[in-house]
Design a protein around this ligand. Structure first.
Ligand code: PMP
Length: 361
């Protein structure tokens, strides 16, 4: 194992075993003398791994048969446009919860295509960031869908409740939390994720959509963003991001080999608990999120004395602890600890933090 631990928020660390396998197969995939990225997406070999990747994802998330799984282009933001284009008419209302910068970005994009309305925003409780569920009365039962982001990558705000939306379909941006724990897919209309955190390379987006929501795309929807066209063509209406799809397939196998999403949830709980206790048990570091809304994937923390930020980052980097700088809109530090981050990485970070505190605290 490398002695570098990469805490990047995305593109993020991928499992070392997956990277090693991809490297080994890179120029001679399936003993065919070519790379997987050099073969036709319509060939039997590629169709085979594409179908297997979908099946493995279905197994991992226990995706019911009346949901389509789509492998699309355009990352997370691509879906900020694809969702309103596919699920609503221009006059329709879309409802939004804004728990941080990504769910806010989804509103800005939806406003181009429908009547977007924010019905809940992150607030404060006991001086800490807190996201409360929306009141039932706020949910217009005529709305086309309710969009939310259960894990905000930049802000580190997460929540594990689902809005009680009646018959309004729930649409979740799961870019930074998908595959970190089991989910009840049947509660959602659409789930989507940009791949570059828990799935694979950036650019790919995975969309899981209930069949009843197909066939409603606005006429102006670009064909490559049309869920129905994608579903009818097994995500090969145009040339899909083949290498990313292949790599995602390797990640899904890796997850299955490790025991699936329950095992992953346990690992992720342990990692997050370890880091939050290190923060909470020190007077030197702090996290400003309410314990009920703390992300297990993206953990922002601040130093009591912000003038030490650059020293912290420099010394951490020298010890192989990389990409800990917080997003510019939040400041301080952020440790992203997705599935591929081993507990050893978190332990190394926690030891470094304790030593830094002894030295400068
Ligand atoms: N949603 C969330 C929650 C994200 O974290 C990100 C990227 N960090 C995006 C959407 C946008 O993804 P992309 O850059 O792939 O468009």
């Amino acid at each position: 194992m490398s002695d570098v631990f990469n805490f990047s928020a995305g593109p993020a660390k991928l499992p070392e075993a997956v990277m090693a396998q991809a490297q080994q197969e890179f120029v001679n995939w399936r003993e065919g003398g070519t790379s997987v990225m050099e073969v036709s997406h319509r060939g039997a070999d590629f169709i085979d791994i594409a179908a297997q990747a979908e099946q493995d994802l279905r197994d991992l998330l226990a995706i019911p048969n009346d949901y389509k799984v789509l492998f699309m282009h355009g990352g997370g933001r691509g879906q900020f446009a694809a969702v309103p284009l596919n699920l609503s008419a221009p006059a329709d209302t879309s409802l939004h919860l804004v728990s941080g910068s990504w769910s806010k970005g989804a509103v800005t994009e939806a406003e181009k295509y429908n009547q977007a309305r924010v019905i809940g925003e992150v607030g404060q409780q006991d001086g800490l960031a807190y996201m409360a569920p929306p009141a039932a009365e706020a949910i217009d039962q005529q709305a086309a869908y309710l969009h939310f982001c259960p894990n905000e990558t930049v802000d580190g705000v997460a929540f594990d409740w689902l809005p009680d939306s009646g018959k309004v379909p729930l649409v979740a941006d799961m870019s930074s939390t998908i595959l970190s724990q089991p989910l009840d897919i049947s509660r959602y209309g659409v789930l989507y994720a940009g791949a570059q955190k828990n799935i694979g390379p950036s650019g790919l987006s995975v969309v899981i959509v209930h069949e009843s929501l197909l066939g409603k795309a606005q006429g102006i929807t670009p064909s490559i963003f049309d869920y129905t066209l994608a579903a009818d063509n097994d995500s090969m209406y145009n040339t899909p991001p083949t290498f990313s799809w292949y790599l995602a397939g390797l990640v899904f196998k890796w997850l299955k080999d490790l025991g699936g999403l329950s095992a992953m949830a346990q690992r992720n709980d342990t990692k997050a608990r370890t880091l939050y206790s290190a923060i909470d048990n020190s007077g030197f570091y702090r996290n400003r999120i309410h314990p009920a809304c703390r992300s297990k994937m993206n953990i922002p923390f601040q130093l009591a004395d912000a003038s030490l930020d650059s020293v912290f980052l420099k010394e951490a980097e020298a010890q192989g602890l990389k990409a800990l700088k917080g997003h510019r809109s939040v400041g301080g530090m952020r440790a992203s600890i997705y599935n591929a981050m081993p507990i050893e990485g978190v332990n190394a970070l926690v030891s470094f933090m304790a030593e830094f505190e002894r030295k400068y605290g």
